[in-house]
Structure formats: C-alpha cells, structure tokens
Design a protein around this ligand. Structure first.
Ligand code: ASP
Length: 590
C-alpha cells in the first residue's frame, strides 16, 4: 500500500482539530487491545497521539492493527475526535483528543527492541550504546539532543551578534601542545609522516589573531588520547574563542554575556554579573579544589598559625617542610561511630593522605586519640578558629600544600554528599577561578610543565620570577566553574618572542625543540602579533549541566565507552592488510 504523507506530527493535534481528517506517521509506542478496540500510542519526536481502531470505523484497518507491535512504523488516516468522557489524559498535550482510524499502512515492521523505548529503563549502558539508535528514541535522550541543538544556536547567535567570525580550522594538523597524547593519522602520500588530530585549535586561533580576524569562535571537535577517566571522551566538542587587543576583563565580559543568555534562555533565570572570582590559592585553601562547588558552604580552614609551636611532631614537621595543616568542620557529626570514622580515614588514605585526624567536640573540650598532644591553648584556639560547638566533629589533614588541600577538598565533597548539603533545587553557582600558577613541577621527570599550555602569559609583575623562582609565577589564566565543574578555561597569551623564549626556557624546551615544534607559530609572531587571549568551553559538559544529567555521554549522540570503544559500530577495529600497506604500516606483536 502506498505511503501516506503526514498532515500533522504526533505532538500537534488539539481540540481545535476535532472533526478534521488527518494523516499521522510514527512509531508504535504502546498498544492496548481491548478485544473490540485497539488503542495505539503513536510516537514521533514531537509527541504522542492516541489512535483508535474499531471494526465500526473500518474493519480492514482494525484487522490489520492486530498485527501491530512495539516500534512498528505506521501511517494512519482518520478523523480527530474528542476522547470519550473520562478518558482524557491531561498530562499529554494531545490528551483531549484521539484519532478514529479508517486506514492503516504498515510502513515497516520492527523486531522486539532489547529494551523499552521509555525514560525509566533498567539496563546497563553498554546495551544502550550498542543499540544507540533505539536509545536515542527515548524521550529523555531526544530532549537532551534538542537541548544541545538549542545551545549551539544560542552560542552561534550570541557570538555573531558580538562581531565574532566563525572559522573552521583543520582536523589534520601538526601535533598541538595541550599536554595530552595525540591521535595520529598516518600519511599515505608522505611515507613515515603523520598528522595529528587537534587536541584543540589553539595554535590556529592564535594565528588567526595574527591575521587580523580580531574575534574568532568555532564549535569544534577536539581529540585527546588519554587513559579515559569516568566522564571523559576521546573526542569532545569545544566552543573555542579568541580575541585581540584584550585583557582578562574583556574576555570575562564576553563570556559572562554568553552565560547570562544561556541561563536566561535555558533555565529562565537571571544570572547576576559580574561573576564572583576566586584566586587559585583561595579556592584551594577554602574548598580544596580549583573547581570548587559553592552550592554549599563547608569551608576548609588553614590552621598553620595555630600549631607553629605545637608539641605534635606531625604538624611541626609539616610546617618545617613548608606544608599545610587544614581543617574541616562537620557540623553535628560528633556522634560518628569509630566505624564511620575508619571508613572516612580509608577514603582519604586511598587518595594518598598519611591519615585523618578527627576530634569530637564536647562541652568540656576535645575528645580524640591525638588530643593529648595539644595543650589547652591550642585546643581552645582550634575550637574557636573552626567555629566548632559541642556535638561537632573536626577533621584535620596535614602534608604538602596542594596534596593535603586536594584531599581535604575531596573529603569536603564526600561530607557534603553524606550530609546531603547539596539540595536538589539549590541555585546554580558560577564563578571564575583566576591566578593559576603558570608552571607545575613534576617530581617524576624533574621539570616544570605549563599548567595551561606554553603560550599562556605570566602575570607581568611575575616575569622576573621565571628565572629565579618559576614555581611562584602566576599565570594570566582563568577557569569558569559551574557547580563544581570546570566548564571553560583560557588565558591571555604571550605575543612577544622574548617572553616566549623565556617561557620555553623555564619549561626546559631547547631553542631547537621550540623551533621544531612551534616554529610556525613563532614565525607568525614575528610579523606583528596583536596582544590576544581566549578561552574554550567544554561544550558537552556545559550541555550536560544545563540538561541536569550526570554523564556527558547522555548529551552526545554517539559517545564511546570509558575505554574508548564504540559499541555500535565496533570501532576501533582491524583494517585490511591492503590498507596498512598503503599507509606503510606494519602491525607487530599481535
Ligand atoms: N586551548 C585551550 C584548551 O583547550 C583553551 C584556551 O586556552 O583557549 O584548554
């Protein structure tokens, strides 16, 4: 039978259409056969409409409808009617009407799907990824991808309205310096040579500034071959931005404007700007993280001052080595059992802490295995500094600064989870983290690495430290943090050859190596590079947060597993000998 083109979508019909003859196309979402009457919920991405088959409407159609099963694709023709009294469904936009069908065409049959096409399904994610085409039919996934679409449109419109130019940069390029491992693409035409897939368009966007485009943006794929952690993907999307003749404030203003738009158009809330800012140091000391979640307070307290003359060796040793003693107050947790405290001690030990000091706050002082090491004065000041009251619990961790702070930061999040401090309806918390260190020391290789990337400018007042005390140099770098997630990061760049040379030197990169790796960029800088800076958003994470999801995979159409597999098409996969030969590649060690 011939295919009938739809007159309406499955989300469209209302009471005003009653009496009209319509054609609907869609998938059988649900079928109820009540003997004489067959009800089908017909679904497409716009919604669901109930269509009804009765011998009295049309015998043939009713007969054929008996064959319908979930996910069959059908076309129906019929008349819109008011649903019989008491059968209306006000929770469905089309719920006041249904369609009396007198003609049915089965456009395609479907095997029984491995899981139901509905929001609440209890199946493992691998099965969803294998049958992604079915998973993507589920209303929740459709909602997520439509939201993702909406975010693309808002972003494009916003940047266009602000004079930004969208420019595509290559996917096949020279290796980028973002610090991760490259995905390589062998060149067939140039034996033994390789392209790299971009870890980001960083070098290109800087070159575009040299070319005078002034304001650039791009929504683009980036690729990083890392051992994947829970919520990472080997390929992901960035909103990439670069601007000329700007300082940090200009970048903040543009980004805040975009976030204001997104908050307004997606959440319907007014975002107050300028956004709060925290320096990296402050974020680490108070929240133990460079992406602090500020939806709850629970601030950490640095206790170094209190214990300068302590009789407790662990503390004085830490202080002598330039380390930190950090405390966290767990309100009302003074009654935690030994067992609960052991679990938390294990938690911090797994993260690398030597141990977890805990003290119960009582009416008459502190109760703890280590209490004997502290004099009354110390105990009193500790209680005071922590703002503790009877019934509370104090945690203390000491050790090398960033390590101890990060571990306490993890404990802070763990306690927030246990104490349910993050309320479902807590307003979103967006902030800037600024003044990151420029360089990070790596104990293993005994050298400094760029914390952001090697083109990030130091704060100008810190430039002299590059040679004398590189670890102290602060960067003109910033991250945008939403509810404890880094959603964007960027920096003002170095645009001057001398400073760039100093930076390479601090990074232990020889002139030759710099020339070989970044020569093209350095050359471009010789021809009049404007001062410039930029930022890139992790687009998937941004959409995830706006969608209220917990995994970026739930806002990507075809994501890979945490081990980088695509379960639907089984990639990566082997290729033919022929293909390998053409690429001059030999696979060994099978
Ligand atoms: N290219 C940087 C990144 O991917 C962002 C930036 O500095 O603009 O993190």
């Amino acid at each position: 039978m011939e295919f009938k083109r739809r007159t309406h979508t499955c989300g469209e019909l209302r009471e005003k259409n009653i009496g009209e003859r319509v054609v609907l196309n869609g998938w059988v979402d649900n079928r109820r056969d009540l003997g004489g009457v067959i009800f089908i919920d017909l679904r497409d991405r716009y919604g669901i409409t109930q269509v009804v088959f009765e011998p009295a409407f049309n015998i043939e159609a009713h007969e054929l409808a008996k064959k319908l099963r979930s996910e069959y694709v059908i076309s129906v023709k019929g008349v819109v009617r008011h649903r019989p009294e008491d059968t209306e469904n006000p929770s469905l936009p089309t719920g006041m009407i249904d369609v009396k069908v007198d003609k049915l065409v089965i456009l395609n049959e479907a095997e029984t799907p491995p899981f139901q096409i509905k929001d609440e399904i209890d199946v493992n994610e691998d099965l969803r990824l294998k049958y992604r085409y079915l998973d993507l039919r589920r209303p929740r996934m459709q909602k997520n991808l439509l939201l993702r679409h909406k975010v693309y449109q808002i972003v494009r419109k916003y940047f266009d309205e602000n004079d930004f130019v969208e420019i595509e940069t290559p996917m096949l390029m020279k290796s980028t310096p973002e610090g991760a491992r490259d995905f390589l693409v062998p060149s067939r035409l140039h034996k033994g040579k390789f392209y790299a897939l971009p870890q980001s368009p960083q070098t290109y966007k800087q070159i575009l500034m040299v070319s005078g485009y002034d304001r650039y943006f791009q929504i683009t794929k980036c690729f990083r071959d890392e051992d994947l952690r829970a919520d990472r993907q080997p390929e992901f999307t960035q909103i990439d931005v670069e601007m000329s003749f700007v300082d940090v404030e200009d970048i903040f203003e543009i980004v805040e404007g975009l976030m204001k738009k997104l908050f307004g158009e997606i959440w319907g809330t007014e975002l107050q700007t300028p956004l709060p800012r925290l320096s990296f140091d402050e974020a680490m000391e108070k929240y133990g993280s460079d992406k602090p979640d500020l939806r709850f307070d629970l601030e950490m307290v640095t206790l170094n001052d209190l214990f300068v003359n302590s009789g407790f060796r662990v503390f004085t040793d830490t202080l002598a080595k330039g380390g930190i003693i950090t405390g966290l107050l767990a309100k009302g947790c003074g009654n935690y059992t030994r067992n609960q405290l052991d679990v938390l001690t294990d938690f911090v030990k797994k993260l690398g802490a030597g141990g977890l000091i805990w003290m119960r706050v009582k009416e008459d002082g502190l109760e703890a295995p280590v209490a004997k090491f502290f004099n009354d004065e110390e105990k009193k000041s500790l209680i005071e500094k922590m703002g503790a009251e009877a019934g509370d619990l104090i945690f203390i961790i000491s050790g090398p600064r960033l390590k101890a702070l990060s571990i306490m930061g993890a404990l802070r999040l763990e306690m927030a989870r246990r104490l349910e401090l993050i309320k479902e309806d807590a307003p979103p918390k967006l902030l800037w983290v600024t003044d990151f260190p420029l360089l990070e020391w790596d104990e293993e290789t005994k050298r400094y690495y760029a914390m952001h990337h090697p083109f990030t400018s130091p704060r100008l007042e810190d430039v002299d430290l590059l040679e004398s005390d590189p670890g102290k140099v602060r960067a003109r770098a910033y991250d945008l943090v939403l509810n404890g997630n880094e959603i964007a990061g960027g920096s003002i760049r170095i645009h001057n050859a001398d400073l760039q040379a100093k930076m390479f030197k601090a990074l232990g990169i020889s002139e030759e190596e710099a020339q070989e790796k970044f020569g093209f960029l350095m050359n471009a800088f010789k021809y009049g590079a404007p001062p410039h800076g930029g930022i890139a958003f992790g687009f998937d994470r941004l959409v995830m947060l706006f969608a209220g999801e917990n995994s970026i995979r739930d806002v990507m159409a075809f994501p890979k597993t945490t081990s980088g597999l695509s379960l639907m098409d089984n990639s990566p996969s082997e290729v033919s000998e022929e293909q390998l030969k053409e690429l001059h590649i030999k696979v060994t060690g099978h």
